[in-house]
Write a protein that binds this ligand. Structure first.
Ligand code: KIV
Ligand code: ZN
Length: 394
């Protein structure tokens, strides 16, 4: 029996913190409506205590979003928690996400404190939040660099205080996948009341490992993944939603599933790219412009014989336009014939052998060969190489 991974989208909180990505309340609501349609389970709508504008955004989303949980971030401060609870008070399903740094470096340098006081504050603030919200998630900031024994004590205590979701953030993107797996397993094995809570992965991408760490966290027993559309977020970003969702979908052997409506992924990505003005790199997995493009001769030949030789996902599964055969000086005869055929030129194999060297000379002089180039090339060949070249246009 497959188990569900809850998708906690933090595009509107961790993603929106990125300079240039800030949204007003109306823009946030438009993104949230699309996230709800996409099927995310929880939307982290913002950090109400951070500014009056963000308070209003969280409040607006709480009024309009009906089927998805609306979550508000807060530090472990009474005032932050009060503001978070006020902002989500109209939500059909509301959650407060509060927490504190638990690594030695955070305890010493951020809080000038010690483990005992941090533990007490965590317990007190979770209990305080639990009286004000239907659901409390606790984050142990910098859990990735937190000693596992202390982390286990914190987790056990905040569950006793009323938290039902425990976030284990790799805040600095430091962990290796195996380390993060071991951390989640350690908590599963050493926290006596762990079955009263869901463990959550919140991984940053400083070493390019956010997605891998989240998947390893889920393999170790975490059942919520915190992620953003296009992987946007602080510094190098967060776990990319589209990547974790498609990894879980592709790997049946993991026995995990999400409720994400995957054919909406590409349009969601484009919408966030435009609204938050954060361009997606062309080679980005799943949603990048080249994710379904084939340009080298060897790949194109295989792909044209059978798509699955070079594609593990069908473009329509993620709402992409379709696979593309691009032409460059690295492309082969099969791709050239395919593209010419698409333009209506029915050349024989022998014709293509004659045209191909001319194509390569031209292709070496440009980055990519487009349809208008091909039209010119084919027309020139038809005029100069006839009657050798037997092709006719359709
Ligand atoms: O990266 C992090 O630790 C966070 C917390 C506030 C959850 O974003
Ligand atoms: Zn974060």
């Amino acid at each position: 029996m497959k188990e569900k991974i809850f998708i906690f989208d933090t595009t509107l909180r961790d993603g929106e913190q990125v300079p240039g990505c800030k949204l007003n309340a109306k823009e946030k609501l438009d993104v949230a409506i699309k996230l709800e349609a996409l099927g995310v389970d929880i939307i982290e709508a913002g950090f109400p205590a951070s500014s009056p504008g963000d308070f209003e955004s969280v409040k607006l989303l709480s009024q309009h979003i009906k089927s998805t949980t609306i979550c508000a971030l807060s530090r472990a401060h009474e005032d932050d928690i009060l503001q978070a609870s006020n902002a989500i008070k109209n939500a059909v399903k509301g959650r407060i996400h509060t927490g504190i740094g638990t690594s030695n470096i955070h305890i010493k340098h951020k809080f000038n404190s010690n483990q005992k006081d941090i533990l007490e504050r965590a317990i007190k603030m979770v209990a305080f939040a639990r009286n004000l919200a239907p659901e409390v998630e606790f984050y142990a900031e910098d859990a990735g660099r937190t000693d596992n024994d202390f982390l286990a004590r914190v987790v056990e205590s905040v569950i006793k205080a009323g938290a039902t979701i425990i976030n284990i953030p790799d805040t600095t993107g430091y962990c290796l996948p195996t380390e993060y797996f071991d951390k989640i397993k350690y908590l599963k094995n050493h926290v006596p009341n762990i079955n009263k809570a869901i463990l959550s992965c919140h991984c940053h991408n400083d070493l390019g490992l956010a997605v891998a760490n989240s998947i390893y966290g889920a393999m170790a027993g975490a059942r919520q993944i915190e992620c953003t559309i296009n992987g946007i977020g602080e510094r190098a970003g967060n776990t990319s939603l589209e990547e974790v969702v498609m990894i879980l979908k592709q790997h049946d052997d993991l026995n995990l599933y999400t409720s994400i409506n995957t054919p909406l992924l590409t349009q969601m990505s484009r919408y966030v790219e435009d609204t938050m003005r954060m361009p997606v790199q062309a080679n980005k997995a799943i949603v990048g412009a080249n994710a379904f493009s084939h340009s080298s001769g060897i790949h194109q030949d295989g792909f044209l014989k059978k798509n699955e030789t070079y594609e593990i996902i069908k473009p329509e599964e993620v709402g992409a336009d379709g696979s593309k055969i691009l032409l460059t000086a690295r492309s082969g005869r099969s791709a050239l014939a395919f593209r010419l055929h698409k333009l209506g030129f029915n050349f024989t194999r022998d014709d293509i052998d004659l045209i191909y060297p001319k194509f390569l000379i031209f292709a070496d002089s440009v980055k990519e060969v487009f349809d208008h180039h091909l039209n010119d090339l084919a027309t020139t060949c038809l005029n100069t190489m006839l009657p050798v070249c037997e092709a006719k246009t359709n």
